[in-house]
Design a protein around this ligand. Sequence first.
Ligand code: MG
Length: 216
Amino acid sequence: MNQNTSFDTVIFDLDGTLSDSAPGILASLGHAFAETGFTPPDDLVRFIGPPLQTAFLEEGFTVEQITELMTAYRAHYWEIGAFANFVYPGIEQVLDSLAGHGYRLAIATSKPELTARRILEFFGFTERFEVIGGATFDLTRATKSAVVGYVLEQLGPSRPVMVGDRHHDIEGSAEHGLDCVGVTWGYAVDGELQAAGARWIVDEPHEIVTVVRHGR
Ligand SMILES: [Mg+2]
């Protein structure tokens, strides 16, 4: 068992941490802009990670435009985009190893929870996670902090560590007093994980197990 650190639970982000969801997200964004006729921003990669509505707002779209974009995006993502999505090599072994060492596993994602469940089912991962927490479609639960809080409530008493690829994961879990392992294979820009204050930063999936078990 995990006697070497105080953690007993690992909460994973989904996009950019467990899987490369960029191909599907970018395809569905492309569809949404084509369908609505709005001009897409130059750098759509920045849309991967934060809630999409927030990213659209930051780009200066109005609430009405965002509603149109989200409707077109979701229709495409639900049927097509969700499945242009690939588990990173080595991740399945990490989940096996952590489960084998007795850790409880959970998901905290800014994706709508129903969509996240659909994707985890597609990967055959549903049974691996004790709690799967995501955003609500209506944004009443949207930020990473809100999702992490919701996951912690469902976990009950636990000593969790967060694993994620963006500053939202580090900051959102820190709001609940959690340490975060930042992973470099996702969508963070250079220096983002350091600036956000990730306690650990790893370049390879197998290092997650070392950090969680041994704190280094
Ligand atoms: Mg992510």
